[in-house]
Design a protein around this ligand. Structure first.
Ligand SMILES: Cc1cc2nc3c(=O)[nH]c(=O)nc-3n(C[C@H](O)[C@H](O)[C@H](O)COP(=O)(O)OP(=O)(O)OC[C@H]3O[C@@H](n4cnc5c(N)ncnc54)[C@H](O)[C@@H]3O)c2cc1C
Length: 503
């Protein structure tokens, strides 16, 4: 029988589940500390966005401002709002499921200019690190399901890219998780061993607890241990653009620079719903919110449930001492003593540029600033934020051999950084399913800064439930399902009721 989020006391019930109490590695999130002002929200920023490295690379691509027709259609079967990897994949699977139905994808700005077009380009399935947190919040079975789902998502993404020969700089290789002091190493070891002992799959993870060996493998000077398994880096805009181009060939309709402002019942009785945009109204039977961080601006029941947060990514051109045969050959999650993390993603099969992000100490300062200035919660116009770049500089200089001594010439080093907007989920996991009380309105959002390891299975899963299939048929963890009980629980939690699982 399905373990539903509402029936089990270990699946996020307010009475049983509280915040994890260990401040070290179990709390390490790539990008997602809990916001203090969870009610904040906003529509996508309409001007002054900074350009990510990915968006800088495609300025002459006509997909950026594509409009399938000059005029906005007045009617369609389905409107998908958002052209990131979620909306684009949902459109693909919608088309495969109902080739006869018409689908219109709306995008507020350039094609794929939200988090997908601005992230750190890492598809890293969590294979043990958050197990203890998820176990505490949702129970052992769900926590193992989440780990397995992330592995399945990564495999699905890699298979799609390879089978379709997608030009998106895909790299497949070992990613390293590297604890940086003894305490973090101890907690990491306990978490890993607990996962293994409870039946989690770990055969594919190579582990060393010998610090000298960990330093040799990882090239991180202060490494205390090293966990290695397969993950990928890629150019996320190019992957999404490839899928959208296929969609367009197969009849999907795309309208960029069209902000959806409201969704209401169709008072004229043509269809069930009307999506109101600044360019006119579209009547339709089905609406899909692939709006991630911005979802609550459009659907007010999600206020406090999905919260936007700006996150920085640094583009770093490695010095000569770390170039050529000495270039980094792996991606990293470096686990810091304060519960933070540096995510390091070199573009090993492309230009060797290294993306550095994660919930590092500099990012935490940005988070504090956003708490004080909530009007910046959807600000993807930030660039070259010194507090973050300085932390990155300090980290690479003290941890990577040859960096500190390197005399950086023009064009090398800490070249650029930009912000993107993450959609924090109030209980740490995405929302997939029908919006409670709104038949025919669906959502796939709230990916909590980790969507590249979730959406390749979440999007087809959503289309399955839209097609009347059971939740079990999606293969997704039960706790990802949008249910009335889950929504209500999270709404009351943000209104001051006892804490629910924040993982
Ligand atoms: C700096 C940064 C680094 C990250 N690094 C990683 C990483 O390395 N690995 C990882 O797994 N994840 C990472 N993430 C998270 C990941 O990028 C997201 O989880 C994922 O891209 C979400 O995809 P999406 O399609 O759901 O949302 P988005 O890509 O944000 O797409 C939503 C789209 O909807 C549009 N939209 C919203 N509201 C409206 C409206 N009302 N009308 C019309 N259009 C609308 C937006 O403009 C946007 O284009 C990172 C995110 C950031 C910001």
């Amino acid at each position: 029988m399905k373990e539903s989020a509402s029936s089990s006391p270990r699946t996020g019930s307010a009475a049983e589940v509280t915040l994890p109490d260990n401040p070290a590695v179990l709390n390490v999130d790539e990008h997602a500390p809990t916001p203090l002002s969870p009610g904040r929200t906003g529509f996508p920023k309409q001007s002054g966005q900074s350009l990510s490295y990915w968006l800088q690379q495609v300025r002459s691509d006509p997909l950026l401002d594509h409009r399938t027709t000059k005029q906005l259609p007045k009617e369609t079967d389905t409107v998908i709002i958002g052209s990131g990897i979620s909306g684009t994949l949902i459109a693909k699977h919608h088309l495969e499921t109902w080739p006869e139905k018409s689908v219109l994808v709306l995008e507020a700005r350039e094609f794929c200019s939200g988090a997908t077009g601005r992230n750190a380009g890492h598809c890293k399935p969590d294979q043990w690190r958050h197990f203890a947190k998820f176990e505490k919040a949702y129970g052992q079975k769900q926590a193992i399901k989440i780990m397995n789902n992330e592995a399945a998502t990564w495999r699905a993404l890699v298979a799609y890219v390879k089978e379709n020969h997608v030009d998106c700089d895909l790299w497949v290789g070992d990613t390293y998780d590297v604890p940086l002091d003894d305490d973090v190493a101890k907690v990491a070891k306990e978490c890993f061993e607990r996962y293994r002992d409870l039946g989690g799959r770990v055969e594919h993870i190579k582990v060393t607890h010998d610090p000298a060996e960990a330093v040799r493998i990882s090239r991180i000077k202060k490494a205390k241990a090293c966990y290695a398994w397969h993950a990928s880096t890629l150019q996320p805009w190019k992957l999404t653009a490839h899928i959208m181009r296929e969609n367009l060939k197969n009849g999907i309709h795309l309208q960029t620079y069209t902000l959806a402002k409201n969704v209401a019942e169709d008072s004229l009785g043509r269809r069930k719903w009307v999506v109101n945009t600044e360019r006119g109204d579209i009547a339709c039977d089905t609406v899909v919110y692939a709006t991630n961080a911005y979802s609550a601006a459009l659907e007010r029941s999600l206020k406090g449930v999905i919260t936007p947060k700006p996150h920085m990514c640094n583009k770093v051109v490695p010095p000569r001492a770390l170039s050529g045969s000495k270039a980094l050959q792996n991606s990293y999650g470096v686990l810091l003593p304060d519960g933070g993390l540096f995510s390091i993603n070199p573009r090993c099969t492309a230009d060797g540029v290294v993306m550095v992000g994660g919930s590092n100490p500099g990012q935490k300062q940005v988070d504090k600033w956003v708490e004080q200035h909530p009007e910046h919660c959807i600000d993807d116009g930030l660039a070259r934020v010194d507090t973050v770049t300085e932390c990155v500089r300090e980290f690479v200089e003290s941890n990577l051999e040859g960096w500190k001594e390197a005399e950086l010439g023009p064009g090398e080093g800490f070249d650029y950084s930009w912000s993107g907007i993450i959609g924090l989920s109030a209980d740490g996991v995405p929302f997939v399913g029908e919006l409670p009380g709104k038949p025919g309105q669906w959502i796939c959002a709230g990916h909590h800064g980790h969507g590249m390891a979730r959406i390749f299975t979440a999007a087809p899963g959503l289309v399955k439930v839209m097609n009347g299939e059971s939740w079990a048929a999606t293969g997704l963890p039960d706790v990802y399902e949008m249910t009335p009980e889950r929504l209500q629980r999270l709404q009351s939690a943000t209104e001051g009721a006892p804490k629910v699982a924040i993982v």
